[in-house]
Design a protein around this ligand. Sequence first.
Ligand SMILES: *[C@@H]1O[C@H](CO)[C@@H](O)[C@H](O)[C@H]1NC(C)=O
Ligand SMILES: *[C@@H]1O[C@H](CO)[C@@H](O)[C@H](O)[C@H]1NC(C)=O
Length: 420
Amino acid sequence: ADIISTVEFNYSGDLLATGDKGGRVVIFQREQENKSRPHSRGEYNVYSTFQSHEPEFDYLKSLEIEEKINKIRWLPQQNAAHFLLSTNDKTIKLWKISERDKRAEGYNLKDEDGRLRDPFRITALRVPILKPMDLMVEASPRRIFANAHTYHINSISVNSDHETYLSADDLRINLWHLEITDRSFNIVDIKPANMEELTEVITAAEFHPLQCNVLVYSSSKGTVRLCDMRSSALCDRHSKFFEEPEDPSSRSFFSEIISSISDVKFSHSGRYMMTRDYLSVKVWDLNMETRPVETLQVHEYLRGKLCSLYENDCIFDKFECCWNGADSAIMTGSYNNFFRMFDRNTQRDVTLEASRENSKPRASLKPRKVCTGGKRKKDEISVDSLDFNKKILHTAWHPVENIIAVAATNNLYIFQDKVN
Ligand SMILES: *[C@@H]1O[C@H](CO)[C@@H](O)[C@H](O)[C@H]1NC(C)=O
Ligand SMILES: *[C@@H]1O[C@H](CO)[C@@H](O)[C@H](O)[C@H]1NC(C)=O
């Protein structure tokens, strides 16, 4: 139940939210820096924990609806409270997280423990006063957006207009207004009239960070469609179609499975987007649909092991990917609790490991190497001894600083670069 299923920083990076398989949301807050210890930076401590979703049962279809949180998205902060959207397979909820450090005392009609006072015994008028109390962080559900998805929700994305958001399932994308829960607009529908003709599903969707009319969605066939809501309300016809022609020489039984896109993310600038498939990350220029501008190999050494990865179902793992704040670096996960970082300027890449050993204060991450055939050097690990049960599917990068959050099964690791 405590397997982490999503990680997300808020827009300034001072809050970090995680969702887990048990339907819980945990929010971490970065502590203020301590002036008397200039070399230590603010740590993230638990700020609030709440149960966002409960298991449900769909009696009509005789199906269990898992409580697992598939995605969390923050809304930009507008007042003292924080708002976030969380979703499981079917239902999206808008949560308000607010602080309380004062309590009113001295009501006229009720006494301190909330019981109504006998009206005949109220003889004088009191002015209630606010008394300080221990800080309390409360999470309350403000809106529930339900009954709009027949299939499993894989993505939610808040629009840059900050008033609407999208939710995508395997075959449809809906557009919601944040204030309106009883209806949504279906903007993409790829469900064929005859389900036997189904060849492709939607795997991820996201709004453009700056243009509120533009969104993209990726598919299980390794393609991305860009839609412009200005050209038509129903975006069944895409405006752009990103696809890299397949190399016939490397075709195999697994080609289609490994080309399925598990995540798509716009760069902060809005100029590029990246897609993650099973073995690689591709960076696309929005102005060039025919091929990616960069292809980064995540764990090419697994190409020879696809057969066993198919047998143990790992080949269907959905790895996410993320940009750093300046769009100059990319991070994505792998197996054996390894994760990969790519520097787009220097073309250098590194494999790092999230483990208890490495997460001691002041310890620094040592690059790891996977040995592919031939002689194994000291400090290298062979492909055959990788642990495929330890996988890093979810990672997040602080929006401005070099702080990263890496979810390794039920552990959350936060790494930051050294001060000075
Ligand atoms: C700052 O660090 C000093 C030295 O470790 C400690 O005594 C002090 O309580 C800390 N202050 C805060 C506000 O955490
Ligand atoms: C993110 O959270 C921090 C910490 O509470 C808050 O100060 C900041 O305003 C939030 N940023 C945004 C843009 O929501």
